[in-house]
Every structure is written in C-alpha cells, then in structure tokens.
Design a protein around this ligand. Structure first.
Ligand SMILES: Cc1cc2nc3c(=O)[nH]c(=O)nc-3n(C[C@H](O)[C@H](O)[C@H](O)COP(=O)(O)OP(=O)(O)OC[C@H]3O[C@@H](n4cnc5c(N)ncnc54)[C@H](O)[C@@H]3O)c2cc1C
Length: 868
C-alpha cells in the first residue's frame, strides 16, 4: 500500500506523475514495453480523483459500463459494476483491483510529490526532484497528474478563522464524517456541491447552501447498470468499445439531426423528456444537433430545465435562484443529481443566493453575509479546481533555455494535440489542455493518450531517436484549431472553469478541445501516419521532422465537406445544365432560415433583352442607406436570387447598406457578353433610381461572389472607361478574375473543397469561347486597372480561385487602387455564402462589413455588430 521506500533508481526511461486512471495505465504500458519507469504519487495509494474525493454522494457521471478501462477484456470479465453510476468507494476499489492485478504498486512511490523537473540538453534527460529529497534522471516525463486534481483555494475572506470543522470535498477525510444533528454550511454548487448536498441534508439538523452561480442539473436516475448498454456490451464487446472510441464524447449515444430552431414545440418537448428519462449527460447535451452552437436552440433546452426546477422546488424565490440564467446550457459542466432540487423543499435546508447577499467573511462561528450572520458546526467547501493547467504549472517544470512551463503558458496553455509542448522535449501531458479531456468520457480519452504515448516511445526506441518535441508551426496550428473549434460554440460566453474563469488571474482561454473524441483521434492517427507530422525527432544518428499543421480547415467546413462526401452528390459537370441548376437550388434550400433584415422586396428593372429580376434588402436602421448592387455566384450558369439570399441579408445587416441583388441572364442560353451587359444595365438603372429605392447613389458600390464577383469587377472597368456611373467601391468575394486554370491553387484544391477545377472548366465551356477568354470583360485581371474604385478582395485558403483572387488584389494595388485583401483562413469557395451553416465564416463577414465602410461611409452611425 505504501509503495517502495528504497531509493529511487536513477536514469529511468520514464517518470510518470500520478497514479489515477492515467498513471496506472501508463505504468502498465511502459512495463509491457520493458521500459523502466516509476510513478510518483502525492496520495498514499492509487486512485487519483477517486482517492481524494471521498465526500458523501461522490459518484461518476458517465455510466460505469463506459467509465472503465477497456484495454484488457479479462479485467472487464473479472469486474462487474453494481450501479449505473458507481460510488466513489466502488471506483476506488476498482482502481485498486487493477493495480493489484498487474502488480503496479511496486513501481509507484506514494506520498511523494514531484516538485521540479528541469530538462538537461547535454544528456537529453529530465532532472527530477521530489518533496522527499529524491533526485533522479529520466528520458521522458509523463504528466498523468490529472485535470481536476489541484483544488482551488476558496477566495473568501477569513477562511482560516472558523473554529468548527472544515471539510473540502476534494480532500475528504478517510474516516466517516458524521453530520447528525449538526449545523452545516456547504459553499459551492458545482458538480461536487450538487452531489454532497442531499446526503448531508439527510443527517444535518440545519443545512445552508451558499450559491454563487446556479448550475444546470438533471436527474441521474441511478440504479443498476442500464440494461440496454449492458446487453450491447455483452453482445459484442469489441464493437461497443469501438463505437465509444469513435464517438463524439467517448461514449456511444444516438446523435440527432433535430434542430432546436426548426423543431416543433411537441418534438422539442418529446426529445427533452427522452433525454431526462435517459439520465445521461450526453443525452441532455444532445437534445438538439445545434444546441452547442445556436443560442435559440440552446435556450429551448435551458428553459425546459428551468421549468423542471420550478416544478420541483416549492418556494418560488428559491426555485428562481436555483435557475441558471446567465450562461447557455452545457457551457459549464452540467450535473447529474439525485434529489438535489428536492432537497430544498426540506424545512431545515436553505439556499443563500450570494448574488443577492454576498459573503462578507467567514467568522469564528460561521459565515457573515451582507444581510445575516450564520452559526455553523461544519463548513464544507465544494469550491472546485484549478482545472487542466493547474496541476501542470503548479510544478516547477523548466524546459529548454531555462523557460518554465508557467512562463510559457502565462497567457494560456499552448500545446500540440494537448499531448506535448514545444521547448519541453520528451514531455507528455495525459489529457492535457487542447485535447478532449474533461469534455469526454475520460476513461476513453485517457486510454487513447496513454496508448499514443506508449506507441511513440516504442517508435523512438526502434528508430533510435532520443528526443521528441513539437515544432512551433505545428503547435501554433493546433492552438488555432482548438480556438477555432471553441469559437463557433457558445462556450466562450460562460465564465466557466473550462475557460479558466473560476480562478482569479488565470488567463481566459477555452482549455479543452471541443472538436470531438472521434475527430481528435483521427488527427492523432494522422500525425503518426504522416511520420509524426509536426514533431522534431532527434537521435545520435538520426533526425526527422515533417513539419506542418495537422488541421488547417475550419472545423465546421471540415464537417460540411465530410457530409457532402458522404451524400455522394454527383459532380456538377456530370449533370445536364437543368439538373445542375436544380441541385444548386435544392442545396441552397436545405440551409437554415436566413437572418432577418428590415425589409426584403422583389422587383424588376429593364435589361437589354427584357426585364431583370432584383431583390432589395433594406437594413432595419433608418435610411437612406449606401447602395450596393450584388451579383450572385454560380459560374454564370447556376444560381439565382434565392441561392445567395442569406449572404445578401447578412451583408445588409452587418454593413448597414441597401443591397440590391440582381438576376442576370445565364449561360449557356445567354453566353458572354450577355451577363456582362445585364450587369452593366442593372448598375446604371440602380444608380439612376437609387434615391427612389431609398439609397444614397453617390455611395453606390458593386459586389459579387465568384462569377458574380467577375461581373462586378468587369462592370467597374467599363464604368471607369465610360465615365459613368460613379462606383464608390467594389467587393469581390472569391472572384473569378482570369481564364487561366494553371495557377497552383487549381492543382492544390482541384477536388474535395466544394468548387472543383473540373467544375470551373465546365463553367468556362458554357460561358465563353476559348477565343474570347482573354477579353478583359471575361478576364478582368487582363484589363487596365488604373483608376478603378477602391476594392475589398476576399479569397479562400482552400479555393481553386485563391491564386487569381490574390493576383487581382496584387495587380490592383500595383495599379495604385486602394485595396484590402482578406484571406478567409481555413475556408473554401462556398463558405461565405453559407451564412448560418458555416458559423466560422461570421468573423470573415464581420471583417468585410468593417472594411467596406471605408468606401461606403454611412450617414447613420455604424450599427452594433451582428452576433457572430
Ligand atoms: C468528483 C469528480 C467526479 C468525476 N467524475 C467523472 C466521470 O464520471 N467521468 C469522467 O470521465 N470523469 C470524471 N471526473 C474526472 C476525473 O478526474 C477523471 O475521470 C479521471 O479520474 C482522471 O484520472 P487521471 O489519472 O488522469 O487524474 P487523477 O485521477 O486526477 O489523478 C492524478 C493524480 O496525480 C497526482 N498528482 C498530481 N500532481 C502531482 C505531483 N506534482 N506529484 C505527485 N503526484 C501528483 C494526484 O495526487 C492524483 O492522485 C471526475 C472528477 C471529479 C473530481
């Protein structure tokens, strides 16, 4: 039970810090690889979380069928869980059983803290020191030190003064604590607070719960392990585990395609009730497919949970105080409870809402708030953890060049895959920041990390590498990806511990990776398959570095591309023109409802060969507004006013301009120059009639996307040559500027990024004869560019048209035209038009709106930015 007390062996292959779920498995893997290792553990025994958090009511919140090791079917056979959500003693016993089964304790030094570790470049080893005076060297340092293992000290005045008993849920005594007949305070209502309140209420004569932030909680419906899961597991253990490993959260559950925005009230309620019935975290987190991104959808779930609370808690004021209202559901870790809300109906239980009466100080007798003095026999602090980064930066870890981890992470953690960090060779963080970790079933995430590290160490040994360290490029790319994933969710809105917001002074950064266990596992595998992409490996006789970024696409774009691929949509160029148009329209119609604007009105204007349809989008602000004539995309062949409707609305709202989207004749029925003639006629007519439309014609700009941007650019050149109409600016979104398809982006993104090179060929065939493709009215890049209106040119990083858009921006600048170039990082050609689908496009569109104000100064003050 106490581990070895003999001196620790120097020069080990690895030192593992921690002997919880992670440390135990890491140690076992190292032993299986015959790599000498030792684990250091502050606690007196194995268990980690389950060693320390012994408070009454402590349980897991992932069903035990899944919150368990899966690497060895034999231990799965040998151990059976008694409950759906096991109690702390049972989980601790399980980890003890695993430690015994593999005789792991002999390699664990208990009651021993790692206090410092310094990388020594000269012999490529870590110099490790413990609080017991041990000094040893090792090649690899594996931090299995937990994400929720460093308790947060309560930031309350006078905590040391109290003369009664003090307990921390995260450092609970081993002997039973008897609360019978006692006056007890519980401070904190996070997961631990919610678990500890009901059992204490059963014993105490008086219980006062001090709540700063109410928490969303739903019933656990604990009982025997769920029959459905047990059956599935027994029917095919391998398939069950495989599904969990490749699921979004590390536990398989049914994903829905029901949107909380478009579902009927009946469907919404039905789905919610089913989730409540299931009593599982991921069920309530997945009531709707969009609740993590969409505030409206999220509010439906939030409000249904609040309704439940109001139904349960009899005192309306207490019920209201228990209802979370200032952060979206799921952005703080939701809880599963057993009779938590019911407990507040007991006569001896009281809730104190610290937002109404804050704590002034802990006193010798109890707690003083601004309104009352309370006397207690016991105070229980359930005040949480310095999560994820705390246990890592709390240790004095010094990497290359004397930089400590604390210094490097002063503004937030920076990791590659949440597993490693540059400047700290041979240093691994199990479930570190930047990995799914606390957002997942951690048993699954831990196994994946441990196995990845073990495979990596084995690879290094086989190939003769001594050190491994991520490159700055790879790490910066991963950090960006982690941020991109979080940015499209509602998470950044909450002051949660996921955001580091519970610890004063901690950088406010979203810590875990929210892209999903499945997506994450794929990225980790890809890194290995690409020769440890983004890692620098060195050895006495070998060096290897395949530098690069593993995920450059925006996360929602990536999902979209996967969905399109899965749908098996035929290539446009394989279809007849009519079928292609129908497909184009159908895919636009599948998008969610577009954003609201002040007014949308359809009309017609005279064109050279008959009337042209237009659609006007008026902002809700008072006019007159600057005018913007917009031409839709679709390769001069496809598209209409409907297909670019959402983008026009978004432009009108964000930039506060009157957008007039014009329908023009299409090829092949009307080949070049018909679309150009229509576009020109439309701009002239709108300029002449701008006042009647409610616009300011002197600020008329033209805009377009793709082939529409080609028309906009061409119109600018013709208007300049004609001397009229005056065009104040041009907004060219992913423009076609040249008929030369030999630029590198046509090869790099030829296929798989929505617009393909083959599709562009098809469009050109329909639009213009090869003999005419050098005409500047077809290829504006070949025209004279001096004297053109100021331009905003947007290109997509993953767009075959990227290089010609960039070439146009550069040529405009060289010709003395004021030009702003915006590169839509991680985006494809179509991202910009998919307003409510590709949420990561919102910052790009916000940037566009901000830039076009330069050439379209509005009379009215700029509107508040539209929600991203
Ligand atoms: C109350 C509670 C309930 C939870 N329920 C769930 C759940 O249901 N499902 C789920 O997926 N996750 C849950 N978690 C998260 C839980 O932490 C993980 O599931 C898992 O137990 C983590 O295992 P670990 O080995 O990585 O870390 P830990 O279990 O935290 O173990 C880390 C160990 O490292 C030791 N250590 C840290 N620093 C040092 C140092 N410098 N020197 C020496 N030793 C050190 C600590 O003493 C600790 O024992 C819960 C967490 C808490 C607090």
């Amino acid at each position: 039970m106490t581990g070895r007390d003999s001196p620790l062996q120097d020069d080990l292959h690895a030192v593992v810090v921690g002997a919880g779920f992670s440390g135990l498995y890491m140690l076992l893997r190292l032993r299986q690889l015959s790599l000498p290792a030792v684990a250091l553990e502050e606690a007196a025994d194995v268990g980690g979380t389950w060693y320390w958090n012994r408070y009454p009511g402590a349980r897991c919140d992932i069903p035990t069928t899944d919150y368990t090791y899966s690497f060895d079917p034999e231990i799965e056979e040998a151990w059976s869980w008694s409950e759906k959500y096991a109690t702390q003693p049972e989980i601790l016993a399980y980890l003890g059983f695993v430690a015994d089964r593999y005789d792991l304790r002999r390699d664990i030094r208990f009651s021993t803290c790692l206090v410092s570790a310094a990388w020594d470049d000269t012999d490529a080893r870590w110099q490790v020191r413990t609080d017991r005076g041990d000094e040893l060297r090792c090649h690899h340092l594996v931090m299995a030190s937990g994400c929720l293992s460093l308790p947060k000290t309560p930031d309350i005045e006078g905590t040391g003064r109290f003369r009664g008993r003090v307990h921390f849920t995260s450092r609970w005594p081993h002997e039973e604590v008897d609360f019978a007949g006692r006056r007890v305070a519980v401070v904190g209502t996070g997961s631990s607070g919610i678990q500890v309140v009901p059992p204490i209420a059963e014993q105490a004569s008086q219980l006062v719960v001090f709540q700063r932030t109410p928490n969303f909680s739903v019933p656990a419906h604990n009982g025997p392990p769920p029959e459905k899961r047990v059956q599935a597991l027994h029917a095919d253990r391998q398939a069950y585990r495989h599904a969990a490993r490749w699921s979004r959260g590390g536990i398989s559950y049914e994903m829905t395609d029901v949107s909380g925005v478009t579902a009927t009230e009946d469907v919404r309620r039905q789905r919610f009730e089913q989730a409540i019935e299931a009593g599982e975290l991921f069920s309530i987190l997945g009531v709707f497919n969009d609740q993590v991104f969409n505030a409206v959808s999220n509010e439906h779930v939030s409000e249904m949970i609040r309704e439940r609370i109001r139904r349960i808690v009899r005192d309306p004021e207490t019920a209201e105080a228990l209802c979370p209202k200032d952060y979206p559901f799921g952005t703080k870790r939701p809880c599963l409870d057993t009779d938590y809300f019911e407990t507040f109906n007991l006569p001896h239980v009281r809730l104190i809402d610290l937002r109404k009466q804050p704590i002034v100080s802990v006193t010798e007798e109890g707690i003083d708030t601004t309104d009352e003095s309370f006397v207690f026999d016991d105070i229980v602090y359930a005040t949480g953890f310095d999560a994820m980064t705390g246990p890592l930066v709390n240790v004095d870890i010094t990497g290359r060049h004397g930089i400590t981890l604390k210094q490097k992470w002063a503004h937030g953690p920076s990791t590659y895959l949440g597993l490693a960090t540059s400047g700290f060779p041979n240093f691994f963080t199990i479930t570190g920041p930047g990995s799914p970790s606390v957002l997942s079933n951690m048993a699954v995430s831990i196994e994946q990390h441990v196995e990845w590290v073990a495979d990596c160490l084995d690879f290094m040994r086989r190939k003769g590498f001594d050190t491994l360290e991520p490159t700055d490029t790879a790490e910066a790319g991963w950090n960006q990806h982690v941020l991109d994933c979080a940015s499209i969710t509602l998470h950044p809105q909450a002051d949660s511990w996921y955001m580091g917001a519970n610890v004063p002074g901690k950088p406010r950064v979203f810590l875990p990776y929210i892209g999903g266990v499945d997506a994450y596992r794929t990225a980790c595998q890809e890194v290995v398959e690409k020769g440890y992409l983004g890692f620098q490996l060195s050895g006495p006789s070998a060096q290897q570095c395949n530098d690069g970024v593993v995920r450059r696409l925006q996360p929602d774009v990536s999902i979209l591309l996967q969905m399109v691929e899965a749908l098996g949509v035929p290539p446009i160029e394989s279809l007849s023109v009519d079928d292609a148009r129908a497909l184009w329209r159908a895919s636009a119609a599948m998008r969610p409802p577009p954003p609201e604007v002040g007014e949308v009105a359809d009309g017609t204007l005279p064109g050279p060969a008959g009337d042209l349809a237009y659609r006007l989008y008026r902002p809700a602000t008072a006019g007159p507004h600057p005018l913007m004539v917009y031409f839709h995309g679709g390769g001069w062949v496809l598209g209409d006013l409907d297909t670019d409707d959402a983008l026009c609305r978004d432009l009108a709202r964000r930039a506060d301009v009157l957008v007039v989207s014009v329908g023009y004749r299409h090829a092949p029925e009307a080949r070049f120059p018909a679309p150009v003639e229509d576009a020109l006629a439309a701009v002239r007519w709108i300029s002449a009639n701008g006042v009647a439309l409610g616009g300011m014609p002197e600020t008329l700009a033209v805009a377009g996307w793709s082939a529409g941007a080609n028309l906009a650019a061409v119109v600018c050149q013709i208007a300049r040559d004609d001397g009229a109409p005056h065009i104040a600016g041009q907004l060219l979104l992913h423009p076609v500027t040249d008929s030369d398809l030999s630029r590198p982006s046509y090869r790099e993104f030829a296929d798989g990024y929505m617009l393909t090179t083959a599709m562009m060929d098809w469009f050109w065939e329909h639009y213009a004869d090869p003999s005419r493709r050098a005409d500047p009215r077809v290829a504006p890049l070949r025209g004279r560019l001096q004297g053109l209106p100021p331009a905003v040119v947007v290109t997509g990083e993953f767009d075959p048209l990227r290089d010609e858009g960039l070439a146009y921006a550069q040529a405009l600048a060289a010709a003395g035209v004021p030009v702003e170039h915006i590169c839509a990082r991680g985006h494809v050609h179509t991202s910009i038009t998919m307003v409510d689908v590709v949420l990561s496009g919102a910052p790009v569109r916000a940037q566009i709106a901000e830039r076009i104000r330069h050439f379209m100064p509005a009379t009215a003050p700029a509107p508040a930015p539209a929600a991203l």
